[in-house]
Design a protein around this ligand. Sequence first.
Ligand code: PHE
Length: 507
Amino acid sequence: MSTKRGNWNSKLGFILAASGSAIGLGNIVFFSSNAYQYGGGAFYLPYFVALFVLGLPIMMMEFGMGTLTGKSFPLALRQLAGKRAEFVGWWSIASAMFITAYYVAILGWAFGMMVGAFGSLFEPGITAPFAPFANPTESASAMVYFFSLLATWWPVVFIFVIWGLNLLILRNGTATIERAVRIFVPLMWLFMIGLVVRGLTLDGGFDGAMYLFTPDLEGIADANVWRGAFSQMFFSLSLGLGTMTAYASYLPKDADQVNNSLLVSFLNCGFEFIAGLAIFSLLFVYALNPAGSTLSLSFFVIPQGINELSTIPWITRLFGFLFFFLIVIAGLTSSISLIEGPAAALIDKLKISRRKALTIIAVPCMIGSVLCTLPIIVDQGLNGNGTLGLSILDITDHWVFSYSLLIVGLVECLAIGWILGADKLRLALNQYARYPLGRWFNVLIKYVIPTLLATVILSSLWEERSALYGSGVDMVGFNWLPLFIPVFWLVVSLGFAYYLTKKPYEA
Ligand code: PHE
């Protein structure tokens, strides 16, 4: 039986949607902070290896699974590799929902900063209810502004705005998604190019770019750098969460998925490259020091640079506004795909309406987003994350981001490589490919990628042994969270996967 699953109106629509999914917070917020944390140039070699050895082949595999079966991730895995593979598919869908919850929360803060650009973001005299920020600032401080925002209930309002936009775009599936990405994706390229031109033409902007691209051979020996690059690549290319398979399942069977993967990956990494240039040039021009969490670089270091960009207030405000507007639209074209993966999976398996599927996903995820924006102050001295919301987000991100994507990547390679047979997938992909894949593809899927991923996952786990992540800071009354969150995630996601795999299904 073929239910109305929807399909892309054009190949361009698909490429815009898939590249819109790939380009998001990962490219702007997380990439720059990872690249900085791992020492600029030291990040590049692992990053390129990750692109060619892991990213491209897995994207081909995930796209291929979608067109081959015409189904979303869990059912595609079931059809190609059996019920045990389906279980992993549902587990990844559950993780996608956890990630959606906090991804939208970050977008809510970005929205708040965007509004703040015309409020008091670039004005002196602000305070935030944390000990270090008790006195009004002498000049504008994006950091104090950010924490003052976090300590209010406004972000809760903003996440409802972002959720509303997501559901509006998703309401008619591919038809409405395509309409949105046709506007947002070109717009975000335009703004990013504008930003990089401004950054590089500043006096000294070029040195920042050089820092980012001067290879640093010493850093390469550090296992952490490789781990960082691998997870970054997975997240940035939207792999391991069922997204790309869902999007590809709306394409006709004869789509050239080798070519599509190359196109989407290069668009994504190209964007990441210029985003890196823009951010590092600002960083160097204003000699800013991005200490602290992943968010700090984009949420307060860059705005601080923008503040010094011009002495004319409205230009500063406009630039600040555009920077966060860019983050919001780039993030929105990703969050819709994060939600579409689970939605497509539920529609396929339970044969329910899109509206019902979206409700089942949105309600728990919205609760999650609200939890991540709770302004309750748990750490007055700001030794850690300050508010309860940001602490929940940080701990959830640590576990879900570091583990689920890579574990799913590992298992799907094993399932497709060994149960279905990598060669079967390769031949299916080659049937319509302008540049057919050689046998090296099988070797990558069966041996190389699983070995690399297993090594990275095990070494990450090994590093966790000394202390539970997040337990180093005293969060008055909430010190149980570092243990509770990973346990909750595991129990809920595995339970969800078990329940949905068990549900009877006839094709
Ligand atoms: N690739 C997106 C980003 O870079 C995030 C994402 C991951 C979206 C997985 C969908 C699925 O922000």
